[in-house]
Design a protein around this ligand. Structure first.
Ligand code: 7RM
Length: 631
């Protein structure tokens, strides 16, 4: 199933469009099924209803673990690199990982978990996180991983939305020089979560935590009570595998639902092809398992292909901005998959952190999460890849489950800042506001996908109507991505960024409405409007315009308070970079905030604000501009 030449890519692409069922049916033969499917695909985008590999039975962990045991049991599956480089790294072979997953799966059962139950995972980047994820999949429980940076309130909202019965967490996490008290945060969250019966706590940072009698148990104690034999639950291809919450243009994150069969095939196929993974190579994806990139390209994709996946607890700049390069050298990393924000941050330290580092093991580089600017692309290419490692700029989303538009390493001719061409099975189309297809090359429009692919979301948890409204109603018969896109003269795609009210801050998706809701929870705040603006390292920064009449001249203090409120309500990742206090917001006569104007002001524009004729009170704009100039 690995594509080795551009001619083959063209042939496979053609086949995947002309006969998708045959194409994906053949790809799926590379996986292990308990029972075959009777139909590869049935679908409609109206409801929407999407079924891949109907009738087939499988367990994804048999594909990620059991099937490698006979041939590759002693091969490293996971290499864990701790936050602190003075601590030992840990290697888990496929045999060891299989054993630990089975053992922990039995712990889950012992604590009342059954097929179909939802389980919330809030953990540091340690091997036990991957073990917890796979153990859920082993018994057919649905995992909902929440990134370790989210607040108690965000966790509670997510747990309640999916009615989780169990929580898996740790005492704390290390992040650079900081410690995050995960269990304390969970304790705050669980006050408002009546469905949670048990909480399994891993010892990691060894900070004291409180354990609630009858609810909380220690991971280390539990594993002593069970053995390491756990038959995998037989799952239907369309049974739910996991839920992952992601931000959209409303204030409430959606639980994106992925299912077992299609997701497995898509994550495995795209991993193998995009990175051109070769047996024995070491692959390092720097994302957190709390995001989709970690799900698909640290855990499921690589393990389904028998790869060796590096799992890193720390951050790129701790204890120094050499950390990534030390890891590359230490573990002889062949593929490095990271985010533009990390690249830009490391660039800012100059070349000193690279001195004396041997990066010669690197064969393939990858980028994900946001548009990569040309400067960062060239730095990555020259300084890290020494001009010899292809860069795969991979465009995809939580909802797509896996990579959609991307070069195939060593096959596709790359171009700086371009995600290049759709992978086989992916049928992108550009449309104008009215949903008319924009044909030909050298054009731009809104990016949609016109045909299903196995990794696509099936629904949004508990609210199918919302899934339909968000993704399948803007344009008839199309999946709408929310991204703007250019197709150049060569037919190459370049993603230009979101066209809805979603920000991308350091590769993290954040809805403007979510941040506004959080700010508005602060006592005294009357109203707020949040927009993005270009930021050198983060890609986008968060700019908040806030009406706060009672602050009594204490602007700096008030800003601090607001930041704290946002941290409490969402998490530190959503903290505004800039706050401007204003007495009014630019609104239309119907009361809609004109964000277009605020975006211009946030960018530093003071004169060309476009059409302001529909404004209710144009004087408000003058006042905001004056205030912005004083910042
Ligand atoms: C994988 C992931 C999705 C949004 C997406 C885009 C942006 C992601 C790229 C990109 C330009 C890329 N999932 N995005 N990858 N933009 N080039 N290679 O990030 O759900 O968290 O975010 O991220 O706007 O819609 S996500």
């Amino acid at each position: 199933m690995q594509i080795t030449s551009f001619e083959q890519y063209e042939q496979d692409y053609k086949k995947s469009v002309e006969n998708p069922e045959q194409f994906w049916g053949e790809v799926a033969q590379n996986f292990q099924w308990r029972k075959p499917w009777f139909k590869v695909l049935s679908w409609n985008f109206q409801d929407p209803e999407i079924k891949w590999f109907e009738g087939a039975k499988l367990n994804i962990t048999e594909n990620c673990l059991d099937r490698h045991l006979a041939t590759n049991g002693d091969k490293p599956a996971i290499i864990w690199e701790p936050n602190n480089p003075e601590e030992e790294s840990v290697t888990l072979t496929y045999k060891m990982l299989h054993e630990r997953v089975c053992r922990f799966a039995n712990v889950l059962k012992r604590n009342g978990a059954k097929k179909g139950d939802r389980i919330c995972i809030y953990m540091p980047m340690v091997p036990e996180l991957a073990i917890a994820v796979l153990a859920c999949a082993r018994i057919g429980a649905v995992h909902s991983v929440i990134f370790g940076g989210f607040s108690a309130k965000s966790i509670a909202d997510r747990i309640n939305d999916s009615q989780c019965k169990l929580v898996i967490t740790a005492d704390g996490a290390h992040r650079g020089s900081k410690q995050i008290p995960l269990k304390d945060v969970i304790d705050d969250a669980l006050i408002g979560c009546p469905t949670v019966e048990k909480c399994i706590v891993l010892t990691h940072v060894r900070t004291p935590v409180s354990m609630l009698k009858g609810r909380d148990v220690w991971w280390e104690d539990e594993v002593k009570h069970v053995n390491d034999i756990c038959e995998a639950e037989e799952m239907d291809a369309e049974d739910m595998l996991f839920i992952l919450y992601t931000s959209g243009s409303t204030g409430k994150p959606k639980g994106v639902v992925h299912t077992c069969g299609g997701y497995m095939v898509y994550a495995g196929y795209t991993f193998s092809n995009v990175f051109n993974y070769q047996p024995g190579e070491v692959y390092f994806c720097t994302a957190d398992i709390g995001w989709i990139t970690g799900h698909s390209y640290i855990v499921y994709g690589p393990l389904s292909q028998g790869a060796t996946s590096v799992l890193f607890e720390g951050i790129p700049t701790y204890p120094s901005p050499s950390r990534f390069w030390d890891i590359v050298e230490k573990h002889q990393v062949n593929t490095l998959y990271t985010a533009p924000t990390a690249i830009r941050s490391l660039m800012s330290f100059g070349e000193e952190p690279l001195h004396g580092k041997n990066l010669s093991s690197i064969r393939v580089l990858g980028s994900v999460g946001e548009p990569i600017n040309e400067e960062a692309w060239h730095w990555f290419d020259e300084k890290i890849g020494h001009g010899k490692a292809p860069i795969v700029d991979t465009w995809w989303q939580t909802e797509t489950g896996g990579i959609m538009i991307s070069p195939i390493a060593s096959v596709t001719q790359t171009k700086p800042s371009f995600a290049t061409l759709p992978l086989p099975g992916v049928q992108p189309i550009l449309v104008d506001e009215n949903g008319n297809e924009i044909e030909g090359n050298g054009v731009s429009g809104n990016l949609c996908i016109k045909f299903p692919w196995p990794g696509m979301l099936r629904t949004t948890y508990g609210d199918h109507e919302r899934c339909k409204q968000t993704y399948f109603s803007t344009y008839e018969n199309l999946y709408f991505t929310g991204d703007g896109c250019l197709r150049d003269e060569d037919g190459y795609y370049r993603i230009t960024g979101r066209v809805d009210d979603v920000l991308n801050v350091s590769g993290h998706r954040i809805g403007t409405a979510e941040v506004e809701n959080a700010i508005n929870m602060h006592a005294g705040v009357v109203e707020s409007a949040v927009v993005g603006y270009p930021h050198d390292v983060k890609g986008q920064g968060i700019f908040a315009f806030v009406i706060y009449p009672e602050m009594h001249g204490e602007a700096e203090l008030s800003k601090k308070d607001i930041l704290q409120t946002v941290t409490r309500v969402i998490g530190a990742i959503a903290k505004p970079d800039k706050i401007l206090f204003v007495s009014g917001l630019p609104k239309t006569r119907s009361g809609k905030i004109m964000r277009r104007i605020l975006r211009k002001i946030a960018e530093g524009e003071t004169t060309n604000l476009g059409d302001t004729s529909t404004l209710l009170d144009p004087a408000v704009v003058e006042e905001i501009i004056e205030a912005a100039k004083q910042m």
